[in-house]
Design a binder for this molecule. Sequence first.
Ligand code: UDP
Length: 254
Amino acid sequence: MKRRRVIYEGKAKILYEGTEPGTVIQYFKDDATAGNGAKKDTIEGKGVLNNRISEYLMTQLQGIGVPTHFVRRLNMREQLIKEVEIIPLEVVVRNVAAGSMSKRLGIEEGTPLPRSIIEYYYKNDSLNDPWVSEEHITAFGWASPQDLDDMVNLTIRVNDFLSGLFLGAGIKLVDFKLEFGRLWENDFMRIVLADEISPDNCRLWDVATNEKLDKDRFRRDLGGVVEAYSEVARRLGIMPESVQGENKGPVLVQ
Ligand code: UDP
C-alpha cells in the first residue's frame, strides 16, 4: 500500500493527505491527553467511538443547515473532511458550571448558568491555550469581526440543537468546545464547523444521576472511559458493531 503523507499529528488525531484535492483524512487515535499533555494514556477503542460519534453529530448538524468540514466516514478510524484553514481558537460553550469555570470563578460544579456562556481560548500549546476576549481576537487578527459573528451564530445553533439531541438520549450537555475553519470555494470563503464533536471535547452527564460520560473520567482518574463513551454511542443509537473486537476476526452474531 502506498504510504500516505502526514499533514499534521495532534494529541488525539492524525491528518493525512486526502484522496482528492481539497480533502483531508482525519484519523482518530486511541491516545488521550489531559493538562496540555501532562497526563497521557492509550484507551483502546476510544478512537473508533469518537469517529462514529463525531460522524453522527456532524451529520445531524448538517441536516439542520450548519456547514461543517465533514464529508463521510471512510472506516472505523478515519473520516474524509474538507481542507479548511483552522481559526486558532477554541470556542467553549457552557450551560452548567464545571471544570475551569468552576475553578476560576468559584462556582460549584453542576450549578446551572443563568444563560449559555461562550468563551474563547487561543489555541497555543506553549502558552497553555490562554483565555482571550473578542478584543484580543480581532486586534491580533486571529478572526475578523465578521468571522466572529459567524462563529457565534453557528455556536448558538449548535448548542441549542445538541442540547436537545442529547437530552433526548438522557444526557445533559454541560459544556463543549468547538473549532471552526475557513473553507475556500473559488474566491468565496465560508466559516464551517471543523475538528470533532465527541466525549473528548464535551462534558456529558447522565440526566438522572449526573454520572460523567466524558473525558473527565480520564482527567479525574474515574475509570470506565471506554464504557462511558460506548454508553453515549449506545444512547445515540449508533453503537459501532465492534469496538473491542476491532481486527480480531469475525464475531458470531446471533
Ligand atoms: N475542552 C477541550 N479542549 C481543551 C479544553 C477544553 O475540548 O483544550 C472542552 C472540555 O472537554 C470541556 C469544555 O471544553 O467540555 C470546557 O473545558 P474547561 O475550560 O472547563 O477546561 P478543563 O476543565 O477541561 O481543563
